[in-house]
Write a protein that binds this ligand. Structure first.
Ligand code: TNX
Length: 496
């Protein structure tokens, strides 16, 4: 057996089950990728796989509709047998010396299975230019599906602005670890990042600043739609957030009428929180929200609109309740489900609203007791803007340092006594960008902690082991290098 060949148990996130058969499959210049005929969606998935394998192999890897049986040495992608037990995102990967067969109930499962195939090839497969090979895969069977339905990350594009290309790069990085949600924090005190046609000054004025007067900007609606479809092609759903009623200085600075006193405040480039509030008693506030949520809802195919709701220190509790309860009906009137940070559990939530737990377990419990589902983003474990240790050049430390093992060694079922697993929607790792100015800074903070969060979201709890994870991750380093991720080489990992 080839020593550098990854074994079936090296995959990240760790699969539900993997059984080695002891042989080898070899990708050759004649390998084709077959798909079952008549599905443009499968053609797209096959092409995605071909595009990932082409640079390092230099092979043609044509994507062909299957007629008859697949030729020896080929890869076959199919949803034909439709094994519903695999669920929406699961897959069955069977590797024999003659063929790689990837089967799923739904196309999303094939897409996730492709990531597994990539990880089973030698690490040099991720290099951007031709490599010697040989392109061998160990034979055996992997049957795999996720533990939680929501596995994601949030990027704060409001404190610092990130280009469409940067955002796409981050989305592509999420796919390698089978994540399926990307939450875009589109508006905060320091910036408004999406053009709203009925309120254009939000982007024109509110989008003109960022923290520390750093470069700013906003996405046009066409650019936002481009991000949405780029993500959708990778089976990742966009969850757009407009933070309200606090974190709204950029909006308040753009339209005087949104302020209780009718006077627009100055634009803001600092990093304090909790000083701004929409005017809860003005009717124009709800007209504004109806227009903004309406436009975003029509641009967003996914069922969720995130309305923030955090740190509303400048809004009286009674006003907060009145406000969120009304916003909730606006979101639902546009056919969407409301997602909010944990503080929304202080109001009467309508199912199927979602509460995103970040710091106070009591709020998560309160939300679950109201019938809301809870998304787990505990700051002390999942906040990618927390420093790894005191020497980390970016980030904050208000929730403590988070070394890789801290990000890995926790579980949503034990983190908050009182939220049963059936009420836990999943896990999401937010990255707040006050101190991150470039996508390379973002990557350094996200990786490898995001990989740990991805495994918590995907892999079964039974069999979880830090030692095993850190060993797999160590062997994984050449892939991260090949993909040119800027990642933190934690001393806790035996890097190869
Ligand atoms: C708290 S987490 C915030 C953000 C900050 C972050 C910095 C949350 C819902 N609100 O406004 O950016 O801390 O770590």
């Amino acid at each position: 057996m080839n020593k550098s060949l990854p074994t079936l148990d090296t995959v990240i996130p760790r699969p539900v089950s993997a059984t080695a058969a002891g042989g080898q499959f070899t990708l050759s210049p004649n390998t084709s990728i077959y798909i079952e005929p008549g599905s443009p969606e499968l053609t797209g998935i096959g092409q995605y796989l071909a595009d990932k394998l082409k640079p390092a192999t230099g092979y043609k890897l044509p994507v062909l509709s299957l007629a008859g049986s697949p030729a020896k040495g080929s890869i076959y992608l199919t949803t034909k047998d439709r094994d519903a037990n695999l669920g929406e995102e699961g897959y069955l990967l069977t590797i024999t010396p003659d063929q790689v067969t990837l089967a799923a109930y739904q196309p999303a499962g094939l897409f996730h299975g492709i990531q597994t195939i990539r990880q089973l090839l030698p690490a040099s497969i991720e290099q951007p230019a031709p490599q010697p090979g040989p392109w061998v895969i160990a034979t055996g069977t992997i049957r795999d599906y996720p533990r939680f339905t929501w596995r994601g990350s949030m990027l704060d594009v409001a404190r610092h602005f990130f280009s469409v290309a940067d955002v796409k790069r981050y989305i592509e990085e999420l796919t390698y670890y089978k994540m399926n949600r990307f939450h875009l924090h589109l508006a905060d005190d320091q910036g408004w990042r999406l053009m709203i046609n009925s309120w254009p000054n939000l982007a024109r004025i509110g989008g003109s600043t960022a923290v520390n007067h750093d470069p700013a900007g906003y996405y046009t609606q066409a650019e936002y739609s481009d991000i949405v479809s780029y993500a959708a092609n990778r089976y990742i759903m966009i969850v757009p957030e407009i933070d309200t009623p606090g974190h709204t200085n950029a909006a308040l600075a753009s339209y005087p009428e949104l302020n209780c006193n009718g006077i627009a405040p100055d634009l803001y480039t600092g990093t304090e929180v909790g000083f701004s509030s929409l005017c809860v008693d003005k009717e124009v506030t709800y007209k504004f929200l109806d227009d903004v949520i309406g436009e975003i809802a029509s641009l967003t195919p996914g069922p969720y609109i995130h309305i923030g709701g955090d740190e509303a220190a400048a809004t009286q509790p009674a006003d907060y309740k009145k406000f969120i309860e009304r916003v909730q009906t606006i979101v639902q009137a546009h056919g969407k489900q409301m997602v909010g940070w944990e503080e929304i559990s202080n109001v009467d939530l309508l199912p199927p609203s979602i509460d995103q737990y970040w710091t106070n377990p009591q709020q998560a419990v309160k939300a679950a007791q109201q019938g809301a589902k809870v998304l787990f983003s505990p700051a002390s474990k999942t906040y990618l803007d927390m420093k790894y240790d005191s020497s980390t050049p970016f980030g904050q430390d208000w929730a403590g340092f988070i070394e890789l093992q801290d990000a890995y060694d926790w579980d949503p079922t034990t983190q908050t006594a009182g939220v049963p697993e059936t009420d836990i929607l999943g896990v999401e790792a937010p990255l707040w960008s006050e101190t991150m100015r470039t996508i390379q800074d973002v990557e350094f903070m996200a990786f490898p902690r995001l990989i740990a969060i991805a495994e918590i979201g995907w892999s079964p709890l039974a069999g979880k082991s830090w030692k095993d994870f850190s060993t797999r991750l160590g062997a994984h380093a050449p892939r991260l290098d090949g993909m040119q991720f800027n990642f933190y080489r934690s001393k806790q990992v035996p890097w190869k």
